[in-house]
Every structure is written in structure tokens, then in C-alpha cells.
Design a protein around this ligand. Structure first.
Ligand code: PTJ
Length: 247
């Protein structure tokens, strides 16, 4: 049980650790997920544990891009499932996206545990178990995807993704929205929309933007997407880490 008071200065960070630990115990999160979490925390600390102005802009662009997509998919791994299961379901509903479990360390047990966990949090359909599609250029287990999911998606949200897979998805011509606290990671570097923010803050904020943009004409959404500069977003994140930004 998690019984740290909300007034604790490190409440969010402790809650995050608790969720990841519980995820490992439940068979959802891999033990490597603990390491990924530690790495993310360090970057979040340097960013001031807040959504920067440029991350908020990237989150709005992500929402516009998902609303414009023909076949948007939200990719879920063991860390994502532990940290934001309900929030992912809400984002899927707000944007009409599919949810697909896609693991770096794929085992059938963990695939099923994560799919069940997402269903417990309101998902009506979870893809990834059929595994009748492939991402070219990756070894067998890591290449497995659903043919009517990630394989045929036009826009994919890949949070906390490993660099190889982000590059392989980019080579398939997908528009990638990457959520990663490290602006120097290869995943963030190849993304059409890099979001340098904690997934705990990023996913609900993309949903909020999607709800706000839902009735806008496609032309407005297209302008939002086309005016976005991913290199400038990465540079702003790096600047916020080095010097803090003046908000
Ligand atoms: O569940 P699996 O088998 O698919 O494995 C998932 C992990 C995350 C273990 C796997 O993809 C992995 O090893 O990832 P990496 O290479 O450690 O990359 C994770 C990235 O996510 C790092 O750049 C971290 O800074 C970042 N990160 C960690 N926690 C968060 C985060 N970014 C946003 N929000 C977080 N809470």
C-alpha cells in the first residue's frame, strides 16, 4: 500500500516508484523497467518535474496529429501499463486510437497480464496478442506487432521506447509521437513529435488538448501540425535542463 501524504515534497516521484514496483510484482513491468524508471526520474528532476511550455506545445501537436490520423495506435509497454493504464484508455477514447501492447522483452505471460490490466482500467479492445504483423529490421520477438494495429498504423504514440524500435518504426514511414524524458535519446531524436515530459503528466495533457481540439476543422489541425518544429522542441528541452526555462 502507498501511504505517503500528498504534501510530501517528493510525492509524485515516490508514487511513480510505487506504481512501477507494484507493476513488477503484478507481472506487468519488467525488471529492466525499474532501471528505465530511475533514468527517467533523473531527467525529470533536471527538468524541474513540470511540463515545460515547449512540452505542452508538443502535447497539443500530438493531439492534433492523432485527431487527423486514419489509423492511430497507442503502444503500451510494461512501464506505461503500470504508470498510466486508465489515462491511456481515456486518450484512446478521446482520439479514436487503438491500444496495442508492444514489449521490448516480450513474453506471452506479460502480454496477457498487461492486456488484462488495461481491460480492468476500461479498455474494450487491446491489440498485440495476435502478432500477425512484423516491424522489418528487428529480431523476431521484438518485431512482433498486429497486422491491423501497429503494422498498418499511420500515427503511433511510443512512450518510453527503445531507440532501435523507434528507428525501425520511423523507417516504416510512421509518424511517431515519442514520450521520453531524455531529449538526447534516439527515440526522441527520430520522432516527428518528441514530447520531453513525464508520461504521468503528458498523457492526460494530450487528452485535454484532444478534447479541446475535437471540433476544429482539419485545416486548423493541419496548421498546428505543420508549424511544429521537432528540433526546436528538443533544443528547448535541453535548454530547460541546462538553464531552466523562464516561464
Ligand atoms: O516493458 P518492456 O519489455 O517493453 O520494456 C520497457 C523498457 C522501458 C524497460 C524498455 O523499453 C527500455 O529498456 O527502455 P530504455 O531504453 O531504458 O528507455 C526508456 C526511456 O524512457 C529513457 O530514455 C527514460 O529516460 C524514459 N523514461 C523513463 N521513465 C519515464 C520516461 N519518460 C517519460 N516518463 C517516464 N515516467
Amino acid at each position: 500500500e502507498f501511504d505517503v501524504p500528498e504534501s510530501h515534497p517528493r510525492y509524485e516521484s515516490l508514487l511513480t516508484r510505487h506504481r512501477i514496483e507494484a507493476g513488477v510484482k503484478k507481472g506487468i513491468t519488467s525488471t529492466q523497467g525499474l532501471i528505465a524508471e530511475g533514468r527517467g526520474e533523473a531527467f525529470d528532476y533536471l527538468l524541474g518535474e513540470r511540463t515545460t511550455e515547449s512540452a505542452d506545445e508538443a502535447e497539443r501537436v500530438a493531439a492534433a496529429s492523432l485527431l487527423l490520423a486514419d489509423r492511430p495506435v497507442l503502444s503500451v509497454n510494461g512501464n506505461v501499463a503500470a504508470l498510466v493504464p486508465g489515462e491511456i484508455v481515456e486518450l484512446a477514447e478521446a482520439t479514436g486510437a487503438d491500444i496495442e501492447v508492444n514489449l521490448f522483452n516480450r513474453t506471452e505471460e506479460r502480454m496477457e497480464a498487461i492486456a488484462d490490466h488495461l481491460c480492468e482500467h476500461g479498455a474494450s479492445e487491446v491489440k498485440g496478442l495476435r502478432a500477425d504483423g512484423r516491424i522489418p529490421g528487428l529480431d523476431h520477438e521484438r518485431a512482433k506487432v498486429d497486422a491491423d494495429g501497429i503494422e498498418s498504423a499511420d500515427v503511433v504514440v511510443v512512450p518510453l521506447e527503445d531507440g532501435d524500435r523507434a528507428e525501425a518504426l520511423d523507417s516504416m514511414g510512421k509518424t511517431e509521437i515519442v514520450i521520453d524524458l531524455n531529449p538526447l535519446s534516439r527515440s526522441a531524436q527520430v520522432a516527428a513529435v518528441p514530447i520531453v515530459d513525464n508520461i504521468l503528466r503528458a498523457v492526460p495533457n494530450i487528452t485535454a488538448h484532444a478534447r479541446e481540439l475535437a471540433d476544429e476543422p482539419a485545416s486548423t489541425l493541419e496548421t498546428i501540425v505543420s508549424e511544429f518544429d521537432p528540433d526546436a522542441a528538443l533544443a528547448a528541452a535541453e535548454e530547460a535542463i541546462r538553464h531552466g526555462d523562464l516561464q
